[in-house]
Write a protein that binds this ligand. Structure first.
Ligand code: MLT
Length: 209
């Protein structure tokens, strides 16, 4: 367990059938348990891995440091991105799930670290559902291409994430081979029930078990 250096909660799949593992990444101020109900809703048969961000902002857990709202400490972001990838690989060895079954489910700050992993390590996630994500960093280097299905679930009136940033993230992911769907919802930064239903449908249709 020495390498499992993120606070986390792992819930094995309810049955023995090999299936997906959802990696659940919370928003600012959340913890490893926040998205467990969402994960179970999205896929009742998946294993769930909730992870807590290591960075504290005024006592609130995050996955990387920021200088101001929407202004990220890029050096810390890249370090934390690689650190989380190392953790996911170690967790795969410890809990026995294959890394090629990992699906990211992230909200807000958690969506942003998942996007950073997708941009920097195209081999880690087999798919991703990102709620209220923005561009975490503008990549300079080319990465290997992979046709990863990615859902970007965005709020038309989100005061934190400009629409342009969601669209730009879609372009950056597509440049890395991802198959990106953007769903726009009438709402702000908070999650809404109808979009979760649509996300569940999207997962069922786009990513095989
Ligand atoms: C971030 O800092 O990742 C974004 O501004 C979203 C947030 O956590 O508020």
């Amino acid at each position: 367990m020495a390498d499992l250096d993120f606070v986390h909660e792992y819930i094995p799949a309810p049955s023995d059938t090999a299936g997906r593992t959802l990696v659940l990444l919370h928003g600012t101020g959340g913890n490893e348990r926040d998205l467990l109900p969402l994960g179970r809703f999205l896929d009742p048969s998946a294993a769930l891995l909730g992870v807590r961000g290591k960075v504290l902002e005024g006592g609130m857990p995050r996955f990387f440091r920021r200088l101001a709202e929407g202004v990220f400490d890029e050096e810390d972001l890249l370090f934390r991105t690689d650190e989380l990838v190392d953790f996911l690989r170690a967790a795969s060895a410890t809990y026995g799930f294959a890394t090629d079954t990992l699906i990211a489910v992230g909200y807000s700050n958690g969506a942003n670290i998942a996007a950073s992993i997708l941009l920097r390590h195209t081999d880690v996630f087999a798919g991703a559902l990102l709620f209220r994500p923005m561009v975490p960093f503008e990549p300079e280097q080319a990465a290997a291409k992979r046709a990863t299905p990615v859902l970007l679930s965005a709020g038309e009136a989100d005061p934190i994430v400009p629409a342009q940033s969601t669209k730009r993230l879609g372009e950056l992911l597509e440049a890395r081979g991802a198959n990106v769907d953007i769903q726009w919802h009438r709402g702000g930064h908070g999650l809404m029930e109808p979009e979760l239903q649509l996300a569940k449908l999207w997962l069922d249709q786009k990513i095989s078990r």
